[in-house]
Write a protein that binds this ligand. Structure first.
Ligand SMILES: [Zn+2]
Length: 480
């Protein structure tokens, strides 16, 4: 009899546990999602731009992947444009070239455009992450949150909140650890603004444009420049990503040769002469319609260019509600970061901000000399460091701007972290490409996540404020 009762009881418990993912939030979960005592809050990974594929006419026979475009559609556009490029070289007919270029670009990416309020077209779908159902968790397993990068971060923050609530429910934890990668930082900060930090145990911002990135505003306001040396640096630094030593060395040699023989310089001159002739039409007929009303892209615009960009790009009447929405992020989140962070820290939320420096950033705009991780400027990813231009230092006899009783100037005299919003919680990795991780960086994160107190740049001699990246040997070396 006892055995029968036990079998029946087990069946009931098993059934009610299985029922949890199906019925979601209800009384049933209390029966089996008891508090987990593993001692480690589950990890939520808030991914970067491009984490959700975007389709037009999804699920119909006209379904098309628009972001990121596949190799097919890139090859397609190049093939389509080749005759137009040849004609341009012979005839110098720039308008004729635009007549071929612009429809081809719009055909590939035009459906990404948002409407006047900054919302997606109804026939465009992003495959965002659904709510998770598997409660398995630990320091090495992330709950992956992917989203439509075009959308207002404050709208995506609502989805992240639902996601975090579900993770808590299925793991039996009160709080989560967050790792926000790149654009994920704009979503995570919007989440902290909207929902507070009550659900957050600790948070890592990895190469995140939490104060924007200079490219965005400069691109939207046509500050386009092609600097040959910057383009070469940008290309060469990306070569190790190929993970093929032979190809890497051959391409490096080829680039060196093209540079020394003046071919690259000549090309850059041609492009710089072309830019003024093509730019207005490319902007008016392609770039602005596609990017100009995307709140996700606007979240990257830095404060120094924000009002100017708005005045140049948006119509105060037609885009009134979009502007209201953009202001809510820009002023309420990006420019309120100091308050958001300090209130989280006061309540014991542990924060690690990781910014990389010394890489050539996207070279096609005026600020190409900003030190960066190749995508996000160090001063913005670090939430406020004072950073020397690429290849320069802060100057002999430099004295750190804010004296808090600690040294925050890097030994290579490139960074003064004393001006950061959180100087004690911001780490700098030299020569790390945007969000390119290895085991040494993961070890660093693990050390942080598994800790219990507020770890600072002074806690562990292995992880001081300034670290040299050594991807070949998968380690971080203190810069002393
Ligand atoms: Zn647990």
């Amino acid at each position: 009899m006892k055995r029968l009762t036990a079998v029946v009881m087990s069946a009931v418990i098993l059934f009610s546990c299985l029922a949890v993912p199906v019925y979601g939030a209800g009384k049933a979960e209390n029966a089996c999602s008891a508090a987990c005592d593993c001692g480690f809050s589950p990890m939520v990974y808030v991914a970067g731009l491009g984490s959700a594929k975007i389709y037009s006419n999804y699920g119909t026979e006209n379904e098309k992947l628009i972001f990121r475009p596949g190799t097919d559609s890139v090859t397609d556009i190049v093939t389509k444009l080749l005759p137009a490029v040849l004609r341009l070289i012979i005839t110098r007919d720039y308008d004729g070239f635009c007549d071929a270029l612009i429809p081809a670009l719009n055909d590939m990416l035009g459906d990404m455009a948002m409407d006047d309020n900054g919302d997606s077209k109804p026939n465009v779908t992003a495959l965002e992450s659904g709510l998770p159902t598997d409660g398995t968790h630990g320091v090495n397993s992330d709950y992956y949150f992917g989203y439509d990068f075009r959308t207002d971060p404050l709208v995506t923050a609502d989805k992240l909140n639902a996601y975090i609530e579900r993770v808590k429910e299925i793991t039996g934890h009160e709080k989560v650890n967050i790792r926000a990668s790149s654009m994920g930082g704009t979503i995570a900060t919007a989440y902290l603004k909207q929902y507070g930090h009550g659900n957050v145990d600790s948070i890592v911002f990895q190469c995140s444009p939490i104060l924007g990135t200079q490219v965005a505003g400069e691109l939207l306001t046509k500050k386009v420049v092609v600097d040959k040396d910057a383009v070469v640096r940008y290309a060469v630094q990306a070569l190790p990503e190929l993970n093929n030593d032979f190809v890497e060395k051959s391409l490096k040699a080829l680039i060196w040769l093209l540079d020394k023989t003046g071919v690259l310089g000549g090309l850059a001159d041609v492009v710089n002469r072309l830019v003024p002739k093509l730019i207005d039409r490319v902007y008016d007929e392609f770039l602005m319609p596609v990017l100009g009303k995307m709140p996700g892209i606007w979240a990257f615009v830095t404060d120094d260019l924000y009002e100017q960009t708005k005045a140049e790009v948006l119509d105060p009447v037609k885009n009134a509600s979009l502007i209201e929405r953009l202001d809510e992020y820009h002023y309420g989140v990006q420019q309120s970061l100091a308050e958001i962070f300090s209130s989280a820290k006061e309540d014991g939320v542990r924060v690690l901000i990781l910014a990389s420096y010394n890489m050539q950033r996207t070279p096609l705009v005026e600020s190409y000399k900003n030190s960066s991780d190749a995508t996000v400027d160090t001063k913005y990813a670090s939430a406020g460091a004072t950073v020397a231009l690429l290849g320069e230092t802060l100057g002999e006899g430099y004295v750190q701007k804010v004296n808090d009783g600690h040294n925050h100037v890097s030994a290579d005299n490139i960074i003064d972290a004393s001006t950061c919003i959180l100087p004690e919680n911001t780490w700098f990795v030299k020569d790390m490409l945007h969000c390119v991780l290895h085991e040494g960086i993961r070890d660093f994160y693990r050390w942080f996540y598994e800790g219990e107190e507020d770890y600072t740049v002074f806690t562990n001699a292995k992880y001081p404020q300034f670290l040299q990246n050594d991807p070949e040997n998968r380690r971080l070396i203190p810069i002393e």
